[in-house]
Every structure is written in C-alpha cells, then in structure tokens.
Design a protein around this ligand. Structure first.
Ligand code: AMP
Length: 595
C-alpha cells in the first residue's frame, strides 16, 4: 500500500492525517478528538497512558507524567537551559550524554517518549482506516538541528513507521494555505508560535513551486513561557502551596485562564482544596496577561526582521502573513504580527491544524496522490570547514535551497603531510574557533610537497536536512564519507546568538580574516624566498640580494605588529623585489625541464 500519513509531532499537541480522494483529512481518535495532547503518563505498573488520559494525570501524578518532550529531543545534558529544567518530572542530565527522563524507576529517552505518542497516532489511524499504516511524513521546527531531526526520525522508527520525510513545520503550513493558490505567484510569511517553539519563515510560491527564502526562530520560545509567567504572577499574588501536585494544578489553571482571556477581558481563577485545605482565588485581566506576555511575544519581532532581511524583502513585498500555532489565537499576538508586518494576518486556516494538514499534503505528494507541487527548503546556518590559519571556509552558505551538493578543493600547508583533518563547522563567523564544530575526521593521502596534494571536500544536505561530508584524495581516489548525525546539539538561543554575534563582530571578524590571509601570504613568500636562495642564491647579484633581504626583514617585522595594512605593504614590496628572482627561477625550471 503506498499510502503515507502526515504527522505534526507538536510540543503541546500532535495530529495525524491522510489524503482521502484528493483531500487532506485529519484523523480523530475513538473519542472524536483530532488533537492528541503530547503527554505520556506511566501508571504504577509501568504501563504508559498517552494523550488525553495522560493529561488528566498531570495534576495528580506530576512526576510520572511527561509533557513538552519535544524540547528535549536530541539534546545532551549540558544543552539544557535552566528554565527548561523546570518540569514536574525528573530529568537525567549528564554532560556529554543524551538527556533522559526518569519515571517509575525507569529511564526513558526523549525518542522513546515521542515514539509512544506516535504509536498512539498510528493506532488511531489504523483503527479509523481499517488497515495498517507504516509510512509517514513528520514535521519539525525549521530550526531543529541535525541531532534533533535525527532523534525525531528515530522516534518514528521506534513507533514502527518508515519515515519518508522530515518536513519543516512552516513549510507544511504554507502548503496547507497555498494549495488553492497554485496559479499565482506570491510571497508569504509563516508566523508559527506554538507551545514551545517559534518559527518565522518567508516563502515564495511560484506556479506550484514552493521555495523557502529564509527561516528564523527559536525552538525554546512559546506558550509555555507565558504559562510560566502567569504562574509566577499568581504565586506572587499569594498562591499558598508548593507541592508538585499543587504546582501542576496551578499550571492547568494558568493555561485555562490564558485561553479564556483570548475571548474574555477578565477571568476568575479558582483552585480549591490545596494542601492543608487551603483555597486560592484570583482575578486576572487581559491587560495584566498582556503586560506579562508582551516581553515574551516581543522576542519574535527581531526574528521576523532578520528573516525579512535574509530574504531581502520589505514587509510591503509580502502578499500574505499566515498564522500557525495555538498561541496565535491570543489577540496580543495578532496585534503584534500586524504591527511587525504592517498588515492584518490571514487567519483562514485553523492554527492548530495547518501544519498537520500540510504534512498530509506533503505525504500525498510523495505517494503520488497530489501532483504539481515541488517543495524546496533552505539551510538555516552556513556550513563549512576550517582551513589554514583557523579561517572558516564556507561550503554551503546559509539560506541555500536543499537538497544541495557543493564542494571545493583544498591543498596541504606542510611538506610531506600525510593526512588532513577535516573539521566540519556550522556558523556565520569568519574565524573557525567562533563557529560550532559539528564533527571532525581525518583523510590520509600520499605524502607530497606542500601545495601539491589535492583533497576534494564535498558537502551534501539531503532532503531531510542531514549533512553528508565526503573527502577525497584526488590523486589516489581514496575517500571517506561521514554522516554528520550527532551534530553538537546547539540550542536555538545559540543559533540566534550566532547570527547576532556575526553582525556585531562583522567588522572585527573581517579584519581578523584580512590579517590572517595577509599573514599566510607573508609566510608563504618568506619560505619561497628561503627556498629560492638555497637553490640559486649564489647567482643573484649582491645589490638585488640585499634589497630582497631588506624587504623580507620588513615583512618579518610587520608580522609582529598585527597591522594588516602595514603587512600588506611589506608583502607588496617583497613581491616587487623578487620579480627578477621569480623570473630566473621560472627560466631555470624550463631549462631543466624535458625537451
Ligand atoms: P501548539 O504547540 O501549536 O499546539 O500551540 C499550543 C499553545 O497554544 C499552548 O501554549 C496553548 O496554551 C496555546 N493556545 C491554544 N489555544 C489558545 C487560545 N485560545 N488562546 C491562547 N493560547 C492558546
């Protein structure tokens, strides 16, 4: 059966859909619910409960009830932000080790927990369709790194799926909005604010072809942060209890109040029967909620600006701004989006369902049920390798359309070098040390004079956004292919920091690069002069020799100054002084050559 299901594996809720007679439909469970809370509860005998029944246990057994697991996918102990560690269940954090969750005396990986959620969706789909389903498309935030994407794929496999494609959520949402506009040509922004993640993407739709022009975002910004702010506010207002059970009930009340305030102007929060028989009651107005939420929602503004700048667009160039994610139901979010983009957002799709609908359409495209749509995605950050002098050499620039393949030739820096270390980097800074190391491996080759050996390095990003690096000794054909799977698990806060740092340090970085390149050139010339003198030194006249040595001393002195302009001038002078020497060398080489 070539049917493929589409799955939105969300921080708060997950959904599954399938194409039915050319239309994407979302599948409901036996209770008629299409939204499955992404929550897993382990009962006393260890049996997992998934979805709505697990949500009910969140207040009663908070330590055994796992929510927001998506935030931990593909992370290591040290990647965890303190505010994220604030969950009602126990995290096992060991530096250098994948983060795990302990419940009922057992340790679980985030993939295993996600697989339980996916397994429930699979069972619901099979019950509704009356036959097994085994192939799936699963969505992830555009900013998920390699490790997070791989973890999501593994979760799908653990649940018994063949994962046909990992798709970016905003791209899926655009499909949901865009399918009926195939004839036109338009540019749209997808503003996706969910429970735990924020994504902004700018896409271009051109006669049935979607192209992502730029993406930006933060996988740790969302409704959960607002829930935390409301909880802190209620505690400051005198919420009297601090047992985990009471805190879980406080969270439930905070979320409920937040939802109600999307339509009402003021709500009363009542939490009775707390420990010691205490009751809690408080008023929360929309104005107060907006005061608490504004700083959190405001953070989306800078991402939107950057995404527009990357796409080289002004807000007025956009034809449409679409909203995705439950949080975009909040009036303040809509107001801010309208302010940022200078237009009212399009709310024609259900913000909770757009991503799942899009995943289903993408599944339909893959299985052949939907035709005439091609999907292109982009890389969020530049990828490259470290080269001489510690410089970052970009092989695939950020915002390149994927899948993509690109390569470059490199040579050796030292005579008789036997191997080269390929250090794969991700980031926007000029110096390798300021970027993130994704992996490192050695390629060996036949020893040769420096500059003679040639190593081709090729990067390929597949349709799932996973990077394959190939290095080949062009002489012997010996090659090595490495799949960069366990990319250093960088948080998206860090991705964001990387981009703003690269702007902040652009000037210094550039002068550091100019200095390094000038220095490499100087060292190369000095060693060439030494080699030439050793070879034909006695045939050069004394005055010329003195001029060359004088110029070489100038270069050596300038090397100590860290003044690129001075060194450049000294390099030029040495180059000038050695013109004749170079000509003599060339002539000599030709005379001794064949024929
Ligand atoms: P998602 O991750 O897209 O499922 O979005 C879930 C987030 O949206 C959670 O933080 C919800 O509390 C929030 N949310 C859902 N419905 C509403 C609503 N009516 N008003 C405000 N926030 C909402």
């Amino acid at each position: 059966m070539n049917e493929i299901v589409g799955i939105d594996l969300g921080t708060t809720n997950s959904l599954i859909g399938v194409m039915d007679a050319g239309f994407p439909i979302l599948i409901a469970d036996k209770n008629g619910e299409r939204l499955t809370p992404s929550v897993v509860h382990f009962s006393s005998d260890g049996t997992p409960l998934v979805g709505q029944p697990a949500t009910r246990m969140r207040a009663l057994k908070p330590a055994q009830t796992i929510y927001s697991i998506k935030r931990f996918m593909g992370l290591r102990g040290e990647d965890l932000r303190e505010s994220d560690a604030d969950v009602s269940y126990q995290l096992e954090r060991k530096s250098g080790k994948a983060l795990r969750i302990a419940a009922r005396g057992k340790s679980h990986s985030p993939e295993e927990i996600s697989a339980l959620i996916l397994g429930k969706l699979k069972a619901d789909a099979e019950a509704a369709l009356g036959h097994p389903v085994s192939r799936a498309v699963i969505t992830v935030p555009a900013y998920f790194n390699d490790a997070q994407r791989s973890a999501t794929k593994r979760a799908g496999e653990l649940a018994g799926f063949t994962v046909e494609r990992i798709v970016n959520e905003p791209t899926a949402a655009a499909l949901a909005y865009g399918l009926d506009k195939l004839e036109g040509h338009s540019k749209i922004a997808v503003f996706d604010l969910g429970g735990g993640t924020f994504d902004i993407s700018i896409l271009e739709l051109n006669h049935g072809v979607f192209e992502v022009l730029s993406t930006n975002g933060n996988t740790r910004l969302g409704g959960d942060d607002i829930d935390n702010a409301i909880m802190a506010h209620l505690r400051a207002k005198g919420f009297p209890a601090d047992k985990p059970e009471s805190i879980a009930r406080l969270r439930e009340a905070a979320v409920d109040a937040k939802h109600r305030l999307s339509v009402e102007m003021s709500v009363t929060i009542e939490i009775p029967f707390l420990e010691g028989g205490q009751n809690f009651s408080a008023e929360l107005t929309r104005t107060e909620l907006e005061r608490l939420s504004r700083p959190i929602i405001e953070q989306t503004r800078a991402h939107c600006r950057r995404s527009l700048a990357d796409a080289k667009l002004e807000p007025s160039d956009l034809d449409e701004v679409i909203l995705v994610g439950g949080m975009t139901r909040m009036p303040l979010v809509r107001t801010l989006v309208a302010e940022i983009f200078g237009r009212e957002p399009n709310t024609s799709q259900n913000p909770d369902e757009a991503v799942a609908i899009g995943a289903t359409i993408q599944a339909g495209i893959l299985s052949g049920a939907v035709r005439d749509v091609v999907l292109l995605d982009v890389t969020p950050l530049s990828l490259g390798i470290e080269t001489f002098g510690g410089l970052m050499n970009v092989i695939i620039p950020r915002n390149s359309t994927i899948p993509i393949k690109a390569g470059e030739m490199f040579t050796t820096a030292v005579n008789q070098q036997r191997s080269m270390s390929i250090k794969v980097l991700q980031g926007e800074r000029e110096m390798a040390r300021d970027n993130w190391p994704l992996g490192q491996f050695e390629i060996e080759f036949e020893p040769a004079p420096k500059g003679v050996a040639r190593v081709g390095v090729q990067f390929e990003i597949d349709a799932n956004g996973i990077l394959h690096v190939l290095a080949r000794d062009t002489k012997t054909g010996a090659e090595k292919v490495v799949e960069i799977n366990s990319a250093v698990d960088v948080s998206d806060e860090a991705v964001e920091a990387m981009i703003s740092e690269s702007l902040e340090h652009a000037f210094d970085d550039m002068s550091e690069r100019v200095w390094t390149e000038t220095k490499l050139k100087a060292e190369e010339m000095l060693s060439a002069v030494d080699a030439a003198f050793a070879q034909i030194g006695d045939t050069i006249d004394a005055a010329e020799k003195e001029r060359i040595l004088g110029a070489a001393t100038q270069v050596r002195d300038s090397l100590a100054t860290h003044d690129a302009r001075k060194l450049q001038a000294a390099n030029n002078a040495l180059d000038e002084a050695t013109q004749n020497l170079a000509a003599v060398l060339v002539q000599k080489a030709m005379q001794s050559g064949p024929g």
